[in-house]
Ligand binder design. Structure first.
Ligand code: NAD
Length: 254
């Protein structure tokens, strides 16, 4: 097996039914990993699993709401029962919110962003940790955002949640390095996924242009470009990296 191989690894991807998670599932299964795709969206998850299995890969769908701890507990039990020990967890499930100044964001929106984007990552990290400790090691890849490393005006609730994801990643990496469990975060800027298509659909032409031109490359990232970096993190080539953020932003934060 070459150093850049994911062959035979079992990779669990939350939010795997759409966008960055779905592209990651497609790429990793093409490269020989077996994937558990976990999502609230059963319809798209089932379609993706069918496609991967039809193309000769090994995938399984599991319904989960990452904001509910019992649901996450059941996900891990079922994923391990069906496809064996989990080598890599990709904590990718996430939501955003309508762009608004802080005073206009209601408490329910803030709490929902924390529930999915922070509590969801927390519950999954804890399940993965217990399992990986027993298993002798593993890697957790948390999908944060450039909104997790710098200001994101009009996205304060999302930004708070994504900063928390980076904090959890760093602390866990230092605590568990001695147990052969690594934690890294991926921080994309705007990527062409249903999440961003939805934002674009609500903007006028000037707003759309501003969003697309927000980085020096003056374009959106493609989900395949994020999946490529995630897939590299899943290989042994990233073995000395823990507690860091991989920023994929077209130069936005340079
Ligand atoms: N698209 C971007 O520009 C961008 C930029 C930076 C970070 N991100 C982050 O990347 C990740 C993936 O985003 P995307 O753009 O592919 O979005 P997406 O909306 O296409 O996919 C997100 C997936 O998460 C699932 N999900 C939402 N809530 C869930 C829950 N409670 N439990 C389980 N699954 C749930 C959705 O059903 C969906 O399939 C998110 O964490 C997002 O915050 C996206």
């Amino acid at each position: 097996m070459s150093d850049n191989s994911v062959v035979g690894k079992h990779i669990l991807i939350t939010g795997g039914a759409s966008g960055i998670g779905a592209e990651s599932a497609l790429l990793l299964s093409k490269r020989g990993a077996s994937v558990t795709i976990a999502d609230v969206n059963e319809v798209d998850g089932a379609i993706l699993v069918q496609r991967i299995n039809d193309e000769g890969g090994q995938a399984r769908f599991c319904k989960v709401d990452v904001s509910v701890s019992q649901s996450v507990e059941m996900l891990f039990k079922s994923a391990i029962d069906e496809l064996g020990n989990i080598d890599v967890l990709i904590n990718n499930a996430g939501i955003d919110h309508d762009p608004k100044f802080m005073l206009e964001i209601d408490d329910a929106t803030f709490h929902k962003n924390i529930a999915v984007n922070v509590n969801g990552v927390w519950y999954c990290m804890k399940q993965a940790l217990a399992h990986m400790l027993e298993n002798g090691g593993g890697h957790v890849i948390n999908i944060s955002s450039v909104a997790g490393i710098r200001a994101a005006p009009t996205l304060s609730a999302y930004s708070a949640a994504k900063h928390a994801v980076v904090g959890l990643t760093k602390s866990a990496a230092v605590e568990y390095a001695r147990y052969n469990i690594r934690f890294n975060a991926v921080c994309p800027s705007f990527v062409r996924t249903p999440m961003v298509e939805n934002v674009l659909s609500k903007l006028d032409e000037r707003g759309k242009k501003a969003l697309i031109n927000a980085n020096p490359m003056k374009r959106l990232g493609e989900p395949q470009e994020i999946a490529g970096a995630i897939a590299w993190l899943c290989t042994p080539e990233s073995s000395f990296m823990t507690g860091h953020t991989v920023v994929l932003d077209g130069g936005m934060t340079a």
